[in-house]
Design a protein around this ligand. Structure first.
Ligand code: NAX
Length: 325
């Protein structure tokens, strides 16, 4: 049996984590031969609920769970952690302006960035799920100067998976036959799900769908999917978000087998003309525990306009929390 690795999960009593934790414990993220020590973080008022989650975890008697830590102290949760999934965030409250929301979260993620910097494994792989995910990831990164900026990422995989599912439904072909999908930019309604390079059963998706469907139906459906789920379910996406987090971490850790995935990663300003110092989603492949950007793709004028709109939004979010950077 391999040596256990430590997986920290924040917002551990919330609805997304309620799905993530049990899948990590079952080996869906890091493999069926990889024992894990779960390090679960919550805020003090939710520690009772977290205790209930721990009781249920114990009741599963998962063979891969080598230990469980439940805490309200980020310094404890992130101690020596090899993986960190940052789900807990401040939701938008009544009368809260967008800038207030950005600042409230910037405070949470600056504390957690410092704790990761001081206590996590030097190779820790961090995935930020809590919204606004890209900007929360930027704050985390800025507060963790001793960690490699490549190791702090934001979740775009739900948007990526949603795009693949929409194409699969439209074309009546399996999700596994769709490759080279890209979602650019921010995890928000400005994201750009781009089918320019996508193939289905080896042939270009662009040739199989009409442009009107792409622009007027596909793009808005993917951009607004989160709102549609809330309307239908009366609660925001949880199991699908958890599944996307598992996919993101599994591919990063174990490889994407040559498949393109979308990840929000730190922009150094040297690809696709995207401003530096943003966590901007782009096409990625993963191998040997490292992600690599797909570079040199041709960008047409429609794509450029869409990519710039989402870039501008991210730059605006960065501006709103500038004092925390
Ligand atoms: P819940 O409200 O069910 O759970 C959040 C949990 O985080 C709560 O238990 C809360 O006590 C805890 N928490 C708050 N502040 C914390 C802190 N400082 N440290 C540790 N824990 C803290 O929300 P849930 O539905 O689980 O969603 C969590 C986050 O994911 C939200 O910000 C949500 O907007 C975001 N999402 C991101 C997605 C993405 O694709 N990036 C998609 C799904 C989801 O909307």
């Amino acid at each position: 049996m391999k040596k256990p690795v430590r997986v920290a999960i924040t917002g551990a009593a919330g609805q997304i984590s309620y799905s993530i934790i049990f899948r990590v414990a079952a080996g869906d993220m890091l493999g069926k031969d990889q024992p894990v020590i779960l390090q679960l973080l919550e805020i003090p008022p939710a520690m009772g609920a977290l205790n209930g989650v721990v009781m249920e975890l114990n009741d599963c008697a998962f063979p891969l769970v080598a230990g469980i830590v439940a805490t309200d102290d980020p310094n404890v949760a992130f101690k020596d952690t090899d993986y960190a999934v940052l789900v807990g965030a401040r939701p938008r409250g009544p009368g809260m302006e967008r800038s207030d929301l950005l600042m409230a979260n910037a405070k949470i993620f600056s504390v957690q960035g410092k704790a990761l910097n001081d206590h996590a494994s030097r190779d820790v792989k961090v995935l930020v799920v809590g919204n606004p995910a890209n900007t929360n990831a930027l704050i985390t990164l800025k507060n963790a100067p001793d960690l490699n900026p490549r190791n702090i990422t934001a979740m775009m995989r739900l948007d990526h998976n949603r795009s693949i599912s929409q194409i699969s439904e439209k074309l009546g072909c399996p999700t596994t036959s769709i490759e080279k999908m890209v979602v650019w930019g921010n995890h928000s309604a400005t994201q750009y799900p781009d089918i320019s390079y996508a193939t289905a059963e080896g042939a270009p998706v662009k040739d199989k769908v009409d442009n009107d469907w792409y622009v007027k139906t596909f793009i808005p459906t993917v951009q607004q999917r989160g709102a549609a789920i809330i309307k239908a379910r009366g609660a925001s996406s949880a199991a699908s978000a958890a599944s996307a987090a598992i996919d993101h971490m599994r591919d990063w850790a174990l490889g994407s087998n040559g498949q393109w995935v979308s990840m929000g990663v730190y922009s150094k300003g040297n690809s696709y003309g995207i401003d530096e110092d943003l966590i901007y989603s782009r096409p990625i492949t993963c191998e040997n525990g490292e992600w690599k950007e797909i570079t040199g793709l041709e960008v047409n004028s429609f794509s450029r306009e869409m990519m710039t709109a989402t870039e501008k939004e991210l730059a605006g979010e960065r501006e709103a929390i500038a004092e925390m950077l």
